[in-house]
Write a protein that binds this ligand. Sequence first.
Ligand code: FES
Length: 301
Amino acid sequence: MKLSVLFDHIHKILDTIPGIASTAHTLKSTIHRWILAGGTPLRRIADFLHGVWIGHPLHPILTDLTIGSWLLGTVFDVLSLFTRSPRHQDMADTLTKIGTVSAVPTALAGMTDYSTIKKEAASFGLIHAAINSIGLALYILSLRARERGERGQGIGFSLIAFSGLAFSAWLGGELVYRFRVGVNHAPTTPKPEGWTAVLPADSLSAGQSKRVMINDQAILVYREDGGIYAIGAVCSHAGGPLERGTFKGECVQCPWHDSVFNLRDGSVVHGPSTYRQPTYQVRVIRSQIEIRVTPEQQLQR
Ligand code: FES
């Protein structure tokens, strides 16, 4: 059997677990509501865990540390079974401990991302989280057994945990490569480079937003008392329609998962998105609103 066929089978099985889709959706929405209800302080913590401060999702970076430590710990565990070397045993214990401690922020970052995951990916996200939680619990048991001197039992717990985590890591990969979770959904080479008329100036009143299409790219044009703004209309987080968002001052809040972007420079004010929106210069010439990609973005090509 081809591996891709096997993976498709696994997908079907996971998708048909009774109640999984509704449970996953309810859980993620509850966590998201809880974060929003916490106001700015909780939102800032969530922004940190999403990775807004580094302009990249934080969770996959942390998983490298956690999985890497556990993997190396497993290698030294197996090695120590043959060599009986105290050095190898110490290495295994230390790496298992590093992996377990680092799993806490890794899990928190994952849970924060899960709170705003796409609906179609929520079931996979929940199973991924559940397996990882069981894995973490087994690693804690492993560390306790090691401390008691019951090394064989400790290694046993670690090996069972790592087998489950290997499957869960595949699920994590599917979330990114199949469901495009954490991937930038906004165009990375925005157009147009030259001034292009997009709307008659009198067709947009103050407080009004419109989506226009230029070269197959959707652009949000918004007028407020201070001027006219144009940024990518496709939310970089998961493709939400920003023209249907909530506008406040110089910011727009996505209608899908509440990312907030600055309309002036496209920067992320609040996650879950970690990627800025494409931004455009705007001018009004002969009663037409014209836009072009900002020179900085042209230089980045
Ligand atoms: S699509 Fe998720 S915040 Fe916009």
